[in-house]
Design a binder for this molecule. Structure first.
Ligand SMILES: *Cc1c(COP(=O)(O)O)cnc(C)c1O
Length: 374
């Protein structure tokens, strides 16, 4: 880690150590063996992160023309891109196809029709709607369709001249429980069996992302997730094991980032207020969107962490009352904390900088500095 004095930049800013993202990628690749890795670009689209992952052999899960351009400009090959967003404009599908992308997700008949028209002959996979219990950032009910519908649509894909290759699902982001993949793998195996009955041999099982990061508390090691997924695939597919791919975002990017911010104000609402309010120069609108519902609880450190500490409510600098980071989650910060003191928010490499608003209340978007880029 660089020391604060080696970077000259006004707070708030995010420091991304590309070497850490590379290290997490390698650990994931080692754990998953032959499984291909499609890094979910939305987690952190810094060009130096993408370039580093290209060099390590990563493929990419992309969701828009800009993410496609970014990956191609960073040296990725179009055949290593998967357009995983199930909600695409026709023009964006045509754009991707013209750039050589041939792998697309869908979860509805209307999307399949668009793909048939604008990406003729492309490989398509159907996203299944699955449970997202035990995920700290659940993806809920927005994506995927029922097993029944997936069977129909994959059959229809063939009739439309597309190449139906398999199914995908996502068990929710920051998914803490390795056992959560098994029910979805079982469901996917059911779709494979039904398609085989119709003479269509699916070959791809995309088990999505979701792999967790130890923010404030440690999490189950990635190796255990790899083992759980592999053994459920063995159980449900037997000798007919499909090609498995994973789409990590958070796991690769989160720990590479430290957000440097400073204290703007420390105050109490009354003389006998037990908790101090600590207002930082970054908040919900400055990139910390995942503190919504206090879902993601970052580790926070200061230069005085050995000093006596007391309970605080942490909030951002804007004039919106939702701009509170943690009110219910207990956080302790040094009693001597003053305006101007530097505060570091750890594990902020994923889902932060791109979430920051353009200019709410006149605050600029979160700046990113990359270090360790070779
Ligand atoms: C966001 C996303 C991912 C990455 O999820 P993480 O929880 O960050 O690993 C993977 N696949 C798809 C389709 C996504 O939209």
């Amino acid at each position: 880690m660089t020391s604060p004095s080696t970077v000259v930049q006004e707070t708030p800013y995010l420091v991304i150590d590309v070497r850490i993202a590379a290290d997490r990628y390698r650990r994931l690749a080692d754990s998953f063996g032959d499984t291909a890795i499609y890094y979910a670009v939305k987690a952190n689209p810094e060009p130096s992160v993408i370039r580093t992952l290209v060099a390590l052999g990563s493929s990419f899960d992309v969701a828009s023309p800009a993410e496609i351009e970014l990956c191609l400009a960073s040296g990725a090959q179009p055949q290593n891109l998967s357009y995983g967003n199930t909600i695409k404009k026709s023009a964006d599908i045509a754009f991707a196809y013209a750039r050589g992308v041939r792998m697309f997700a869908f979860d509805s008949e209307a999307e399949l029709t668009k793909l048939a028209e604008h990406a003729p002959g492309a490989q398509v996979f159907c996203r299944l709607l699955v449970e997202t219990v035990n995920a700290q950032w659940p993806l809920g009910s927005k994506f995927g369709c029922s097993t029944e519908m997936a069977v129909e649509l994959l059959t229809q894909a063939r009739e439309l001249g597309l190449d139906p290759i398999g199914v995908s699902f996502h068990v929710g982001s920051q998914q803490l429980d390795p056992a959560q993949w098994a029910p979805s793998v079982a469901r996917a195996a059911g779709v494979f069996a039904r398609l085989r009955d119709q003479g269509i041999e699916l070959t791809l099982l995309n088990v999505g992302g979701g792999f967790p990061v130890g923010y404030a508390e440690p999490v189950t090691p990635i190796e255990d997730f790899a083992k759980a997924i592999q053994s459920s695939a063995d159980e449900h597919f037997g000798a007919r094991l499909p090609r498995i791919i994973v789409e990590p975002g958070r796991y690769v990017a989160a720990e590479s980032g430290v957000l440097r911010t400073q204290v703007v104000l420390v105050s109490r609402k009354s003389h006998d207020d037990e908790k101090r309010w600590v207002y930082l120069d970054v908040g919900r609108f400055g990139g910390l969107a995942e503190t919504e519902g206090e879902a993601i609880r970052y580790r926070i450190s200061t230069a005085h962490d050995d000093a006596p500490a007391g309970p605080v409510i942490l909030a951002g600098p804007t004039c919106d009352s939702v701009d509170i980071l943690y009110q219910n989650t207990p956080y302790l910060l040094p009693l001597g904390l003053q305006p101007g003191d530097l505060v570091e928010i750890q594990g902020t490499g994923a889902y932060t900088a791109t979430y920051s608003s353009a200019a709410f209340n006149g605050f600029p978007p979160l700046a990113t500095i990359c270090i360790g880029d070779s």
